[in-house]
Write a protein that binds this ligand. Sequence first.
Ligand code: GMT
Length: 376
Amino acid sequence: MRIGIVCYPTYGGSGVLATELGKALADKGHRVHFITYQQPVRLNHFHANIYYHEVRVPTYPLFDYPPYETALSSTLVDVASNSNLDILHVHYAIPHASTAYLAKQILLKQGKYLPVITTLHGTDITLVGRDKTYAPVVAFSINESDAITAVSENLREETYRSFKIEKEIEVIHNFVDLERFKRRELPEFRDAVAPYHEKILLHVSNFRKIKRVEDVVMIFKKVHETIPSKLLLVGDGPDRPMIESMCRDLGICSDIRFVGKQEQLEDVLAISDLFLLPSEYESFGLAALEAMASGVPVISTNAGGLPEINIQGKTGFMGAVGDVETMADHAIGLLGNEEMLKTFRANALLQAAKFDISGIVPRYEALYNRFIPQGH
Ligand code: GMT
């Protein structure tokens, strides 16, 4: 198949998932064309079956807001015609579903039929998409997609609750490459972070309000009072300055490290004992799944799709949004009991295996096949 993929090329989960999907499809012999405004972060090696098309957005003094959607639609028309795409898969509805719709209409006029699959990822529905400035376009373009997928049961339900969707939304859960995240021993790295064998807690996010990174720090503060421990904060985003001053005010800066965006996340996971994700909402929580794939148990909220991956009392524990006390108590209970920690590690890995890339990618291939006209 010749597959076009549109996504955000940045560190967000939707872009990561879309890029990993494209790479896996390319490994299986499909030709994959990424159409984005920047090289996706995880698209970092040459692959004979992968093509990258940059969306250029020319500026002009009249434009206070350069028309990205117009540029993307035009690039989609160009790539679909010249590379003879069989299918277009867009990740994150805004603005990708509406640009895909426009490109599809233009191509139809030119005599080419291009089926469009839209994968909903989370904030495109639950936060940004619901805003009335975007909602009518989001609802329309989702309905006009040939197929709609959501990354969790919870997101599927949220989408039906928020919009008048006339089509079936298929749940295809996010996936992880177990091979990539297989835990390796990295004793020197671990010693550098925790020289006195302290426990290592980890949080990975884009430091947005919805992630409640302040709760990560408060959970850690409580754990730290009882258990010698270090906190690693991976990622960057708008709340980082606030979190830095919070750590200073609490006087725990020396045990918290901001390590910025990390491409080799598997190495950081390999030295971690516990993953913290106290988000206000997660449609899925790909970062938590990646942690489990490295055998790291998860303390999270029970928001959104998190209960679909984090099993209470088995792979970790969940608390209500904002219930820092409960989440901290669970973290202390787990980190203070080596036997229990070992069992949870094994459970986390077993649970992650249910979402292994080898089981999920064929579901996307089957979906594409349903919409590609015979003979292509
Ligand atoms: O986590 C974010 O805010 C980034 C966002 C994105 O679209 O890039 O992530 C969403 O999609 C991920 C991949 O499907 C999910 O694992 C995240 O749970 C989801 N984030 C939210 O729902 C807040």
